[in-house]
Each structure stands twice: as C-alpha cells, then as structure tokens.
Write a protein that binds this ligand. Structure first.
Ligand SMILES: NC(=O)c1ccc[n+]([C@@H]2O[C@H](COP(=O)([O-])OP(=O)(O)OC[C@H]3O[C@@H](n4cnc5c(N)ncnc54)[C@H](OP(=O)(O)O)[C@@H]3O)[C@@H](O)[C@H]2O)c1
Length: 308
C-alpha cells in the first residue's frame, strides 16, 4: 500500500510540475534572410537559444560577449545547432562605458545593417561596482544597454522597420526607483529588481522617442529559466538552485520563445512599448507604466553615461 501511495504521489508531483512549466511556443517560421541581429550576452542561456533561432531563420547573427573564448565556443555551438555559418562574435563588456563605445564604433564600421537588437545580457543581484563607479546590476543591465542602444539607434533607424527587444523580469514589481540613489547597492535581490524595472522604463521611453520612425521596442519577461545565472554565487547556493530550477524553471529554449516572438512576429509589431510574457502582451503594475518616471530615468541615464 505504501508503495502505491509513493507512486501516486510521485506521478501527481510529476504532472503538477509539468503543468506549472507549460508555456507557449512561437511556431511562426518567418525568414530573416538579409537581416542582421545583434544579441548581447549571446554566449549562454536565453541569449544563446535566441541566437540559434535567429540563425535558423537565415539572419546574420552577431553575439556581443565579454569573454572572447566563451564567445568563440558559443559561436561553434550555435552554428552546429542552427546549420548556419552566419554567426559571429564581437567583444563587448557592458560593465565598461569605454568598451560599449569601442564596440559601437567597430560595429558601425563593420556592419551595414542592424534590424533587431536584443538587449539580453544580464547580471543577477550581486553587490559589486563597475569601473565607471555604477552598481554592477544597474550599470550592466540598464546603463550599458542604454548607451549601446543610443549609439546604435541611427543604424536601427536607417534599417527601419527595426526592433529593440530588452530582457526584463517580473521581479521588477518588488521595487521602485529611487532617483536620489539610482546606484542602490545594498540588498542583492533588490538591486536586480531595480535594474529590471529600469529596463521596462527604458523600453517604454524608447518606444515613445522612436514613434513614427520605424523602430519599435519591447520588454520581455522570459519566465524563470534554467540558465547559468547561478554561476555568480557560492557553490552550496548553486547546488540548491540546481534542484529548484530543475523542479520549477523552464529550459532556455522555452525561455527564448517570447524574445523570438517579439523580435519576429507581426502580432508583436503592433504593441511597441509593451511588456510581454509567454508570447503575449501582459499588464504591468501601474507604477511601472508611469511615462513621467520613464522620461526622468532616460534623462538621468543620458547624464550618467555622458551622452549629454
Ligand atoms: N534565468 C531567468 O530565470 C531569468 C528570469 C527573468 C529575466 N532573465 C533575464 O534574461 C537575460 C538572460 O539571462 P540568462 O538567464 O540567460 O542568464 P545567463 O545564462 O547568466 O546569461 C547572461 C549573459 O549575460 C552576459 N553578461 C553578463 N555580464 C556581462 C557584461 N558585463 N558584458 C557583457 N555580457 C555580460 C553573460 O556573459 P558571461 O557568460 O561572460 O557571464 C551571459 O552571456 C538577463 O537579462 C536576465 O536578467 C532571466
């Protein structure tokens, strides 16, 4: 009898977990021949799976990564999985404004097109500082991508209709921005939440600024995904998270679906400035839809990265 109960309990757990992890797949196989896609942090996790999907659709794919050897390895894997030879690495460290500027200079010299920019790279909550003196989360997740997108915006406009897809996280809702302390660096999880809220405001303000100019902008929560973000933490925490991720998180291939949907689908094109979850528009908490805050953050960010 005990054996029977164990089997029933295990089967129930299996189906509950399977149900919890159910997600939509983006099935549309729209071709991207002649288009160029740039993905930050495309050497692992969601970014790597997105790169495979873009390369399979015929796009020229550039993955912008901070570690050249990890990038080369990822390029080999993406080529193998997608069957495409048009995948290239470029060096970019989003924790350094100098590196972002150098990257954009060589990208604009080398590449004639930019059709889809995917701001994917991200740091989980860590209490560290960038060389420019910004908190690591805010610096990499928001400011690095802010500068990158602004410097590449002329090329995106030339190639219109073009898209910018920015990865955020549903955890944005646990924090608000403090304009007296944008570099808040006290509790790791909260630094992450704030940087991901900044990603949402950034994406909305970008949509507003580029309205009518052929560039559209989307913020994506990919779901909770079994990627390599735990590598920034201690070994025991990594082990614990492996178990939790195995039980509750979805594989990277599924995590990439909403990113691909926003990059490619005609349906998404109509919702510039929107927030997407599970391949459909989702509703943000009212404070995250405040256009005044989005504009204020944009202007503060311009000053921080010395664009003005
Ligand atoms: N996984 C989730 O559950 C989840 C949930 C919500 C949102 N997201 C978001 O999804 C995005 C992708 O994350 P992931 O889950 O795929 O994590 P991941 O596997 O850790 O990938 C993160 C990528 O960002 C790169 N990166 C980190 N710091 C960088 C820097 N200074 N310059 C350039 N690249 C840098 C990493 O490069 P290295 O390999 O060199 O470290 C890596 O390629 C992130 O923006 C994350 O916030 C993830």
């Amino acid at each position: 009898m005990y054996f029977l109960y164990t089997i029933i309990a295990s089967l129930s757990l299996f189906f509950i977990l399977k149900w919890m992890k159910r997600r939509r797949y983006f099935m549309e196989l729209k071709r991207l021949d002649g288009k160029t896609v740039l993905i930050t942090g495309g050497n692992s996790g969601i970014g790597k799976e997105t790169a495979v999907a873009m390369a399979m659709r015929g796009a020229r794919v550039i993955i912008a990564c901070r570690d050249p050897s990890r990038a080369e390895k990822a390029v080999r894997e993406i080529k193998l999985k997608s069957g495409s030879l048009c995948v290239f690495p470029m060096e970019l460290d989003l924790a350094s404004l100098r590196s972002v500027r150098d990257f954009c200079k060589s990208f604009l010299m080398r590449e004639k097109r930019l059709d889809i920019l995917i701001n994917n790279a991200g740091m989980p909550g860590v209490l560290d500082w960038t060389n420019d003196g910004f908190s690591m989360c805010f610096g990499v997740n928001h400011l690095g991508h802010f500068l990158l997108t602004n410097l590449l915006l002329p090329r995106l406009k030339e190639c219109a209709p073009s898209r910018v897809v920015t990865l955020t996280c549903s955890n944005y809702k646990y924090q608000k921005l403090d304009f007296q302390d944008l570099n808040y660096n006290l509790l790791p999880f909260f630094t992450y939440c704030r940087s991901k809220l900044a990603n949402i405001y950034f994406s909305q303000e970008l949509a507003r600024i580029t309205e009518g100019k052929g560039v559209t902008s989307y913020a994506v929560h990919p779901g909770f995904v079994q990627s390599s973000w735990t590598c920034h933490y201690s070994f025991p925490f990594q082990m614990l998270m492996q178990v939790i991720m195995w039980m509750f998180f979805v594989p990277c291939e599924i995590g990439a679906q909403t990113v691909i949907y926003c990059s490619v689908s005609d349906e998404a094109a109509e919702h510039s400035g929107g927030y997407f979850v599970d391949c459909q528009p989702a509703t943000l908490r009212p404070f995250a839809r405040d256009a005044g805050v989005a504009k204020k953050l944009w202007e503060a960010s311009e000053r921080m990265v010395r664009l003005v």
